[in-house]
Design a binder for this molecule. Structure first.
Ligand code: CP
Length: 307
């Protein structure tokens, strides 16, 4: 399910479960998925998503196994379907999948009949990232614990800046944040932000000038230039840095109270300056930490366990 299709009640329930899980003693938590088996199937590299899903599963008492495209029979040509069936035959009850092809989690779920959690599929969606981003925004704006409904983020403007064209994070956030009442400004040069991106929704607007976007934003989400997906694209990196880097000077002048987010990995000195990444407005480490409870909640729901 994409975040666009996810009922608001489900979004609310996941966020509330993540909040409650933060208060559950580790010994109690460790019994919730004791004896259950979860497979992590990663066809693309990952640090945050893979590690937080794995730590989340382990903190709930599950046994995990990692299958990576680099060190498995996928290298020998085994298909996604056969890999899924193999994991099921080995006892996996849920698969966490990162894959370069859009829609791969849906294909795998149909093929193996197990719940599949999307850990990022191509340039399509990254639902757990968008949910943890919302969790972080609510905490930083002192809205955590309020009823999650269509106007929760009314009056909040989020400027998502950078390589929108290739970003599943931008797509998922661009769908989820307006459903909670936020205005989303997409900001970047035309090579990285095609005009069609505005079709994400009525509350999504393209603003080419970074400084204008910053001046309107309560939240600034910076994105990495995805060099691995730039094949054939002419791109002037120096001009990009000049126009779109989130510098301390820009932040202090235009958005001195804004919350700074980045899904990672960051390329310091390219889209963001060190002083901003490590500064008081940065919620980047908080995003990472929030990923654990959020993914614990997703795992409990996938395996039908109530708290
Ligand atoms: N945010 C994110 O998906 O980071 P990783 O690629 O390190 O998992």
């Amino acid at each position: 399910m994409t975040v666009e299709e996810m009922p608001m009640q489900e979004v609310a329930s996941i966020l509330s479960l993540a909040d409650r899980l933060d208060g559950v003693p580790p010994a109690v938590k460790a019994g919730l998925l004791a004896g259950r088996k979860i497979a992590l199937l990663f066809y693309e590299s990952s640090t945050r998503t893979r590690t937080s899903f794995e730590l989340a599963a382990k903190s709930l008492g599950a046994t995990t196994t990692l299958v990576s495209d680099k060190s498995s029979s996928i290298e020998k040509g085994e298909s996604l379907k056969d890999t899924g069936l193999t994991l099921r035959a080995l006892g996996a009850e849920c698969i966490i999948l990162r894959h370069p092809a859009s829609g791969a989690p849906f294909v795998l779920e149909r093929a193996c009949g197990l719940p599949v959690l999307n850990a990022g599929d191509g340039m399509h969606q990254h639902p757990s990232q968008a949910l943890l981003d919302v969790r972080t925004i609510l905490q930083r704006l002192h809205l955590a614990g309020r009823p999650v409904e269509a106007n929760l983020l009314a009056g909040c403007t989020v400027a998502i800046t950078g390589d929108i064209r290739h970003s599943r994070v931008a797509r998922s956030n661009g769908m989820l944040l307006p459903r909670l009442g936020a205005k989303v400004l997409l900001c970047g040069p035309v090579e990285l932000l095609p005009e069609e991106a505005a079709s994400l929704g009525q509350e999504v607007e393209i603003v080419r000038d970074f400084e204008s976007a910053l001046a309107r934003a309560q939240v600034v989400m910076m994105l990495r230039i995805q060099r691995e997906r730039l094949a054939g694209l002419e791109f002037d990196l120096a001009a990009y840095i000049d126009r779109y880097q989130l510098t301390q000077e820009r932040l202090a002048r235009l958005a001195p109270n804004a919350v700074v987010l980045h899904p990672g990995p960051m390329i310091r000195g390219l889209e963001i300056e060190d002083e901003v990444a490590d500064g008081p407005q940065s919620a980047i480490e908080q995003q990472v930490t929030n990923g654990i409870a959020l993914r614990e909640a997703l795992l409990l729901r996938a395996l039908g366990v109530e708290l």
